[in-house]
Design a protein around this ligand. Structure first.
Ligand SMILES: Cc1cc2nc3c(=O)[nH]c(=O)nc-3n(C[C@H](O)[C@H](O)[C@H](O)COP(=O)(O)OP(=O)(O)OC[C@H]3O[C@@H](n4cnc5c(N)ncnc54)[C@H](O)[C@@H]3O)c2cc1C
Length: 365
């Protein structure tokens, strides 16, 4: 497909991860004139960039996008590259208008028309969907800058495998799912210490049996009970966004059994070394920050955000900017919204809104 630099289209989706592609599927079925702009050359890049040994927590039976079940054993847990390949194939299979290598730097509005700029290229559209993923800017505590420059520091976003580490002990900071899985891996090659407390742990053992019996219940809870249409979901939403997810596959006892030393949270830096809340100074050669991400929408120059920079939206439809939409964010509508099953449901709903909202001005939730 050839793209003009001042192309005018009905809808632009910014971000061609799973959320953008699932929405693209529905827009394509409705014959909409739309584009998916993505900064990466290949679909699936967000998954490809994650660490080498990563496997999904969700079984294959829940990993397919609309119109195309994930291939193979439905109870298996795909690798991150299998998922990335699936997304790349999805774009080809449905001939989705994925435009690679476009880093949208600025979105503004001229009357009813949105203007999107990426370098010297510009697009105009009636609708814009922000599908850029909840994980944008790696979060690292300010005191990281005071650490001895001899300590190798990596954020989980940049961690690929233990080959990147210096000789000597590793401190993994943050006991969410990334921290737990990375610590379990580094412990096979280096003495590993972990700083942090898990928010909670899944009560059952993750694996094929869970995929058959327990994960369907977890999925049901995440999609149909914990959502903004239920009192329980509305109550849970703010807490859910603020806290780390429970440990899903790796439990604290697995870490202890693998020789990972579990410690309190990290408090700061003394003489270039990390210091724990209990005052202990740690002599480590490597630190892996598994401390999460900030969302950044400063490049969206539209009055669609609250004082904390969070999108003001109702089920993905911007409250005060007609024609602007969001998808893929944590608890956009349900506890599953940032995962594959939740994104797929949100995409179907949002496609209906993109079609209907401009004509009726109403949002049906
Ligand atoms: C370690 C880890 C494990 C996970 N495991 C699972 C799991 O097992 N099952 C599950 O369902 N979910 C899992 N998730 C959660 C979730 O599926 C992913 O975070 C998912 O990648 C989010 O999809 P997305 O399309 O919203 O965003 P992304 O996949 O991040 O895609 C967004 C795209 O937008 C592009 N982009 C961003 N900004 C711009 C811009 N300004 N201009 C152009 N392009 C832009 C990015 O390059 C990217 O390609 C996991 C997440 C992590 C971090």
């Amino acid at each position: 497909m050839s793209i003009n630099s001042t192309a005018e289209v009905d809808t632009v989706i910014v971000g061609g991860g799973q959320a953008g592609l699932a929405l693209g599927y529905w827009l394509s079925r409705q014959g909409r004139n739309f584009l998916i702009l993505d900064q990466h050359q290949r679909p699936g890049a967000a998954w490809r960039q994650r660490w080498d040994s990563l496997r999904l927590f969700t079984p294959a039976k829940y990993d397919g996008l609309p119109g195309s079940p994930f291939p193979g054993d439905p109870l298996a847990f795909p690798t991150k590259d299998q998922l990335a390949d699936y997304l790349e194939d999805y774009v080809r299979r449905f001939d989705l208008p994925y435009v690679p290598g476009v880093d949208v730097e600025d979105i503004s509005r001229d009357g009813e028309t949105f203007l999107l700029r990426a370098g010297d290229r510009e697009w105009k559209s009636k609708n814009v969907v922000i599908a850029t993923g909840g994980h944008r800017i790696p979060k690292v505590p300010a005191f990281a800058g005071e650490l001895d420059p001899g300590i190798r520091q990596l954020h989980s976003q940049d961690y690929k495998n233990p080959g990147q580490l210096k000789e000597g002990p590793v401190l993994v900071v943050g006991l969410g799912n990334s921290g737990a899985e990375i610590a379990l891996e580094t412990a096979r090659f280096r003495p590993t210490l972990l700083a942090g407390k898990p928010s909670s742990e899944m009560p059952m053992r993750h694996g094929r049996t869970a995929a058959r019996f327990a994960l369907p219940l977890v999925r049901f809870l995440g999609l149909y009970i914990l959502n903004l249409n239920t009192p329980m979901g509305r109550k849970a939403a703010p807490k859910f966004k603020a806290m780390a997810a429970p440990l899903i596959r790796t439990k604290s006892k697995d870490l202890a059994a693998a020789g990972v030393q579990l410690n309190p949270r990290l408090a700061g830096v003394q003489d270039g070394l990390p210091v724990l809340e209990d005052g202990q100074r740690l002599e480590v050669a490597n630190i892996i920050w598994c401390t999460g991400y900030h969302e950044d929408y400063s490049w969206v120059k539209l009055p669609a955000f609250d004082d904390h920079g969070e999108p003001q939206q109702t089920r993905g439809v911007a409250n005060s900017v007609p024609g602007l939409y969001f998808i893929g964010q944590e608890f956009l509508f349900s506890a599953a919204s940032a995962t594959l099953p939740g994104t797929c449901r949100d995409a179907r709903f949002l496609a209906g809104q993109v079609m209907a909202q401009r004509s009726s001005g109403l949002i049906k939730v």
